[in-house]
Every structure is written in structure tokens, then in C-alpha cells.
Design a protein around this ligand. Structure first.
Ligand SMILES: C[S@@+](CC[C@H](N)C(=O)[O-])C[C@H]1O[C@@H](n2cnc3c(N)ncnc32)[C@H](O)[C@@H]1O
Length: 308
């Protein structure tokens, strides 16, 4: 089952990036290499792809999947936030971010991402660093835990769940995804709902363990700086918090004015050339047909910006 990953909105990504021979591309979340393979095929015979993933298992899978493209790519196990130390500024024709978890991560029980399979409460994409979900649940204060579930998971019962977790600390440590699911199910009686009762808590923990929002916020300007003029940045996001960061980033690039001081007052505006052109008025959504075959696609939104 490992890396039976269907790339989300592959056609839309390729239509937007428009890979061509001689072009240079960066896939910051290369995963199993699905989009990357499309970019390499589309840029034959001389296009180049940089790919990175903070998950070493993904890097190994992508290396294998892309082997057929010979000497036209390099893949590194690293965080896209550090891509500025690897790729020269102003040199890429397209940069792709396909955020979130891969099917391989979700389906591998011992990575701890899934509430449907029992495994250690890990959730780190990069297992070389950072606290695991279990460590976070054992150490974070009651208030911070409640805030985490509320802000990253929009979990309405954030306080009660946080309180139950802290109370549990006296008895022992939450070790497995099954422990956490059982605890959440005891607090939440949302049986028969549209989503599993632990969905929001798992999403929130995963975002926190991997600092996904901080990384995206710091990564977007870096990735933007790598684009050549007319180069395109394409971002697929999977929840509203990511989408908001991308929209905000894009809006600042598109703006044709700056302002003096810390707040935008119309009288203090100074005209400036926009740095980007938004390619789609609204976020692009997957087709009904794609959502039917790939549940992971259901919440996907694609946004794209071209450097002026
Ligand atoms: C949705 S999957 C990408 C799938 C890929 N587009 C494909 O077609 O196979 C997201 C991947 O991004 C990786 N990832 C998430 N945040 C990252 C970061 N900050 N730096 C590098 N990789 C990251 C995850 O480890 C995961 O493998």
C-alpha cells in the first residue's frame, strides 16, 4: 500500500506550471513524486526538477518513482523552508507546494498520523527532529493544549478534551493513536456525525508537531524569491488556515501600492508596481469526478501567482 498516492489536481497543476524543455522547477513537497513525474515528463528532454521532502521515506519513494527521468532531477531530504540555501534566487520557472500529509504517511500505522489505525503517537514528518505528538501531549499546558485544538482544529470541545488529556497525565502517558482516540471518544459523543470524532484533534496535533503554519508563512517568501520573472508559484492547500496564509501572501504581492507607517490609511498610500499576477480569480477546486475517486482531494484548493 505504501505510496499508493494519487496526486491531487495533477492536470490543473500541469496546466498552470506549463512545464517546457529547458525549464527549471522546484517541487517543495515532492512526496511520492506524482506531480514531479508530470513536470519531468512535460519538460522533456531537458527540463530540470529540484524536489525536496522533509520525510525521508517520501524522498526514497520519489527517487525510485522518478528514476526513469535519469539525470534531470535532484531530490533532497529537507524542509522547503530551507530551499533558499539550495536553489539560486530568480532561477525557477515554476514552484509547487502540495501541502498536508501524503496517503503513504496516513496509511503507515507506525507514523501515527491516522486515527483509523493504531500506532505510536508520533506524527512527525521529519523523524530526525522535533517533539512527537506523545511528547507534546505530555508536556504542553492545559491552556496551550486547548488553544491548539481550537486554533488548529476548530474543535468546539477543545477545552474539555484538553482537560481530559491533562487529567490523564496523573495516570500515565498517552502512547498510541488508539489511546488518544479512546480518550476523545469518551469526551465527545459525536457519534454518527459526518466526520470521525477525533478528526479535528488529529489535524490540530499534526499541524502543531510539524509547525506547518509557521513553516508555510516563512517558506512562501523564500520560494517566491527563487522564481524567475514570469515564473509561477502554485500552492495546493487542504484547510482554511493554510488557505488564509496563501491568500494573504498573494494579496500583498498583487497590491499596486505600499503605505507609510504600520497601518494602511488611504492618504498614506504610495503607488508601487505589483510583484505578482493572480492566475485564478477564485481558488481552483478538484472536479467532482476527482473527488469521487480520491477523498483526500475533497478539501483541496489550488492558488497560483505569476511573478511580474
Ligand atoms: C500531499 S504530500 C505531496 C504529494 C506529492 N505532490 C505527490 O504527487 O506525490 C505532502 C508532502 O509534503 C511533505 N511536507 C510537508 N511539509 C513539508 C515541508 N515543510 N518541507 C518539505 N516537505 C514537506 C510531507 O512530508 C508529504 O510527503
Amino acid at each position: 500500500l505504501a505510496f499508493a498516492h494519487i496526486p491531487v489536481m495533477l492536470r490543473e497543476v500541469l496546466e498552470t506550471i506549463q512545464p517546457r524543455a529547458g525549464g527549471r522547477y522546484l517541487d517543495g513537497t515532492v512526496g511520492g513524486g506524482g506531480h514531479a513525474a508530470g513536470i519531468l515528463a512535460g519538460s522533456a528532454p531537458s527540463g530540470w526538477l529540484y524536489g525536496c521532502d522533509r520525510d525521508e521515506a517520501a524522498v526514497a519513494a520519489a527517487q525510485k518513482k522518478l528514476a526513469a527521468y535519469g539525470e534531470r532531477f535532484e531530490i533532497r531530504p529537507m524542509n522547503y523552508v530551507d530551499a533558499g540555501a539550495w536553489v539560486a534566487p530568480g532561477t525557477c520557472d515554476g514552484v509547487l507546494l502540495d501541502l498536508g500529509v501524503s496517503s503513504a504517511q496516513l496509511d503507515t500505522a507506525d507514523r501515527g498520523f491516522s486515527f483509523l489505525q493504531d500506532g505510536p503517537l508520533d506524527m512527525r514528518m521529519d523523524r530526525r527532529c522535533g517533539p512527537t505528538a506523545a511528547e507534546l501531549l505530555a508536556e504542553v499546558s492545559l491552556d496551550a493544549l486547548a488553544r491548539l485544538f481550537w486554533e488548529y482544529g476548530e474543535e468546539p470541545l477543545s477545552k474539555r478534551i484538553a482537560a481530559a488529556i491533562v487529567a490523564f497525565r496523573d495516570r500515565g502517558r498517552l502512547q498510541t493513536t488508539g489511546d488518544l482516540v479512546a480518550l476523545v471518544e469518551r469526551v465527545v459523543s459525536r457519534r454518527g456525525g459526518r466526520i470521525h470524532p477525533a478528526t479535528r484533534v488529529f489535524q490540530a496535533l499534526r499541524i502543531a508537531v510539524n509547525d506547518e503554519l509557521g513553516t508555510l508563512e516563512r517558506g512562501l517568501p523564500t520560494l517566491w524569491s527563487l522564481l524567475a520573472p514570469r515564473g509561477r508559484l502554485v500552492v495546493i492547500s487542504f484547510h482554511s488556515l493554510e488557505a488564509r496564509l496563501v491568500k494573504h501572501f498573494g494579496r500583498n504581492l498583487e497590491r499596486n501600492y505600499a503605505w507609510e507607517g504600520s497601518i494602511d490609511i488611504p492618504e498614506k498610500r504610495i503607488p508601487k508596481a505589483p510583484q505578482a499576477r493572480r492566475l485564478y480569480r477564485h481558488a481552483v477546486r478538484p472536479s467532482e469526478a476527482e473527488m469521487a475517486v480520491n477523498p483526500r482531494a475533497r478539501s483541496a484548493q489550488l492558488r497560483a501567482y505569476e511573478k511580474t
